[in-house]
Design a protein around this ligand. Sequence first.
Ligand SMILES: Cc1ncc(C[n+]2csc(CCOP(=O)(O)OP(=O)(O)O)c2C)c(N)n1
Ligand SMILES: [Mg+2]
Length: 368
Amino acid sequence: MPRKEIELPYRIEYLSILDADGNVDKELEPDMPDDLLLKLFKAMLAGRRFDERMLHLQRQGRIGTFPPIKGQEASQLGAVAALEAADWMVPAFRETLAEIWRGKPMENFLLYYAGYDEGSKVEDDRNDLPISVPVGSQMLHAVGIAMAMKYKAQPQVAMTFFGDGATSEGDFHEALNFAGVFQAPVVFVCQNNQWAISIPRAKQTHSKTLAQKAVAHDIPGIQVDGNDVLAVYSAAREAVERARKGDGPTLIECFTYRMSLHTTADDPKKYRSEEEVKEWEKRDPISRFAAYLKTKKLLTDEAVEKLEAEIAKEVQDVVDQAEQLMKEEVDPADMFHHIFAELPPTLVEQREEMLRDSSLGKKEVDHG
Ligand SMILES: Cc1ncc(C[n+]2csc(CCOP(=O)(O)OP(=O)(O)O)c2C)c(N)n1
Ligand SMILES: [Mg+2]
């Protein structure tokens, strides 16, 4: 009856390819076509400007509560850029840019955050799920989808997003467990932005990394610099390829930072220091990617200026279109659509009750 050690793969890789100044590690630099690099840059910049505009719109009372993404552009884009269009993407609530990359029209975000259910509709040609506000719940949906893909011998993989706070939910552990047992083709992308509203990362877990949560399930786990789009893309591409060839799930922890508010209902000055935010601003994912592209001679200051002008116009057009749509008469009964294929009796009752009471019209939606 010996007392001996059981060998476990207890080693977590950390991947970073671009430093904060945009210098690249040549050995690790992924092979990416120039047009993809430029498309990613434009999307990141557009994401940042759209986010800023959304914040202004909320402050002006033109939309309701929404969660900004500032600082997390590389984590989101690097991950989804590794997917094929036919793959599945299962977001939480802070994946605005990932969803835009996948084809969700920007107007839909304005509609959704102004309380119009039309904004959460997923176009028929997208294999994506709508925003999921209950923290952590979507990870199990992603695993279910991935298990179905495997069962039906279809080549698609599923990618799901969640935050550091979500790793404290039972759903996270159940999802990793099922994914491991059934070797489901799923990629778990944790956007560790260091905060879950006012709860710091250190209060979520005693573990050194979130990536190591993969060890208990014997699936690969990696921590990447989440403000480095090349590192996130490389890790995601590897994980997607692994899933697609039948080698099961991966957990990717993107080590990033929520530079802005949790939501527009939050004041982070109450629980974190300005110095911390300033430190992270030095690691901005967009400026470092721009520096890299300039060194590669793919981008110039003039080109950035031109892009800024194009994006400003695009965002303005989106706001105008969405506000036009909001002027149109809407049917409050639409809120019962796109939930169930067949409405359960309790909701049928609620819908009938609502239709009977004509005083019930548009209402503010709390996305808290
Ligand atoms: C089950 C559940 N509990 C609580 C909330 C309220 N809530 C919304 S976001 C959030 C924090 C989530 O933190 P994290 O997972 O790190 O994601 P982040 O907001 O940082 O993107 C909480 C507690 C919720 N939406 N769902
Ligand atoms: Mg968080």
